[in-house]
Design a protein around this ligand. Structure first.
Ligand SMILES: [Fe+2]
Length: 187
């Protein structure tokens, strides 16, 4: 084990936090792969590419977390049983969300992870005493912020499109044209 100047009890606590985060990242990576493979619709190409790029980023982060746990002398989780037991995120088995619901779901998960990361860095004294892990989690925050902002761009476009469609329908109603609302834009 590398000689890291960190109390044994702190090391255990940091390992616990990192294994929880590893579980969350693993679930999010799996969900992102699922959406990369199964996305359909008019934004297929953009979302397929974006989700593909993002799961690669998440897998790089996952590897860094696992190796950091080992450097601290802990055992990194490596089974789906452990990941599912410890993750704070939710899977949606059996559901086939629309393409923009996929982006929204991933966006929400990134927001949960950002809250969790910021909370750990601000409130966990053991973590704050470990500069190496603090640096890793700070870069994880930057990665999640970047991924969330890209998803937000997709969703922002969607919101604008929905507003535009709604405005068009209102205008058509005002001038007395019958409006046929497709089910996909009815909400
Ligand atoms: Fe692919």
């Amino acid at each position: 084990m590398v000689n890291i100047e960190l109390e044994q009890s702190n090391r255990r606590e940091v390992t616990r936090v990192l294994n929880n985060l590893l579980s969350d990242e693993y679930l999010l990576s799996t969900k992102t792969k699922n959406y990369h493979w199964n996305v359909t619709g008019p934004h297929f190409h953009d979302l397929h590419t974006l989700f593909g790029y993002q799961y690669v980023e998440l897998d790089v982060l996952i590897d860094r977390l696992g190796e950091r746990i080992r450097a601290l002398g802990g055992n990194a989780f490596g089974t789906m049983t452990d990941f599912l037991r410890c993750t704070r995120l939710q899977e949606r088995p059996g559901m086939r969300p629309s393409e923009l619901t996929m982006a929204e779901d991933l966006y929400d998960d990134h927001k949960i992870l950002l809250l969790s990361l910021r909370g750990s860095l601000a409130g966990n004294a053991s973590l704050r005493s470990d500069i190496g892990t603090t640096e890793l989690l700070t870069s994880a925050i930057q990665e999640h912020e970047k991924m969330a902002s890209m998803l937000q761009s997709v969703l922002g476009k969607h919101d604008q499109l929905k507003k535009w469609l709604k405005a068009q329908e209102d205008i058509q109603r005002e001038i007395g044209i019958e409006v046929l609302v497709p089910t996909s834009s009815a909400t």
